[in-house]
Design a binder for this molecule. Structure first.
Ligand code: MN
Length: 195
């Protein structure tokens, strides 16, 4: 897919109901088909009026000084990432090289999971929790507000959880912790390790 205007909604690598029971079909239909689609449409609408920006990549647009462009470009990038890092529940297998790196940095897988969850729960309001590779190549856990992205801070996202209410509210209502805890079943670790 071309990484410039006009942007398109990515194809899901699975069917909308495939993330059940962790994420219900209706949530995927709305999150992907309405919210994600809206970021794509809004970004294209904004760029239609700015021919000078039409050759820019999504990553470049995420650093735009125009807030609406920055937010919608981030929305597209973050959701492209989110859908791709997941797979049907029960297929997860953690590659040894990534497991070793996580254990070296955080002590154990359990400790990493605990920190990642606490970080995702600690994001006040809407945003994302991330595992990133920092400027020095070290693993780091961080969060961003709204549709901001670690790339804008020079850090490469490896894993990211959407903690906007639209990501979980239909099934989990206010129980973000339960969504975050259950979400691990969907992580496509091979895809994460590849990054
Ligand atoms: Mn979202």
């Amino acid at each position: 897919m071309l990484n410039q205007y006009p942007f398109e909604l990515i194809k899901l690598p699975y069917a909308v109901g495939d993330l059940e029971p962790v994420i219900d079909k209706q949530t995927v239909e709305i999150h992907y088909g309405k919210h994600h689609q809206a970021y794509v449409d809004n970004l294209n609408k904004l760029l239609a009026e700015k021919p000078e920006l039409q050759g820019k990549t999504l990553e470049e647009l995420m650093n735009s000084e125009v807030p609406a462009i920055k937010n919608n470009a981030g929305g597209v990038w973050n959701h492209d990432f989110y859908w791709q890092e997941m797979e049907k529940p029960g297929e997860e297998m953690l590659p040894e090289n990534l497991k070793e790196k996580i254990e070296k940095k955080f002590g154990s897988m359990d400790e990493f999971i605990k920190l990642f969850e606490a970080n995702a729960l600690g994001r006040f309001g809407s945003g994302w929790g991330w595992l990133v590779k920092d400027e020095k190549g070290e693993l780091e856990i961080m969060s961003t507000a709204n549709q901001d992205n670690p790339l804008s801070l020079g850090k490469k996202p490896l894993l990211g959880i959407d903690v906007w209410e639209h990501a979980y509210y239909l099934k989990y209502q206010n129980r973000r912790a339960e969504y975050v805890k259950t979400w691990w079943q969907l992580v496509n670790w091979a895809w994460v390790a590849e990054r």
